[in-house]
Design a protein around this ligand. Structure first.
Ligand SMILES: [Zn+2]
Length: 150
């Protein structure tokens, strides 16, 4: 079926884009950790950095949610049985992780962050994103394999 093949290709391409998006966020966090000694405790600077992450995390979350919906439609359509159920569980686990990370950023926006708490914030968000990356990489690769073979 032509349309089905098209859907699989599209989702596989989106997987690649999602992996790149997570990777990009992680690298820009690492960059700002490198710069953090240079920028001396300006609250305005910190807040605009956090707000930038907030927007990017919202983007990531919304992109995930949209993508997961399409994934699940295809998975249902392919009747993958147990493998499909596991993918559904992984989707939930990824969603939970992402909302934890969003919560972390939302909380940071509402609070004054000095240099030390800002460093803690960057490190906490890095850890969340690193965990998300591991989950997303293994999950999307499983899907790519299943979508490619079924
Ligand atoms: Zn998926």
């Amino acid at each position: 079926m032509e349309e089905l093949r098209h859907q699989k290709t599209q989702l596989t391409q989106e997987h690649e884009a999602i992996r790149a998006q997570v990777q990009l966020l992680l690298s820009s966090l690492a960059d700002s950790v490198k710069r953090q000694t240079a920028a001396s405790g300006q609250l305005g600077g910190n807040l605009s950095e956090i707000r930038a992450y907030q927007l990017r995390m919202y983007d990531l979350r919304d992109g995930f949610n949209q993508h997961i919906e399409l994934d699940e439609r295809l998975i249902t359509h392919l009747h993958l049985g147990g493998a499909g159920e596991r993918l559904g569980e992984e989707h939930q686990a990824i969603r939970d992780r992402v909302s934890q990370a969003v919560h972390l950023v939302d909380k940071a926006v509402d609070h004054y962050l000095d240099q030390i708490t800002m460093a803690e914030f960057r490190s906490a968000l890095s850890q969340e994103l690193a965990a998300i990356r591991v989950q997303v990489e293994s999950h999307t690769k499983t899907e790519d394999r299943l979508f490619g073979s079924s």
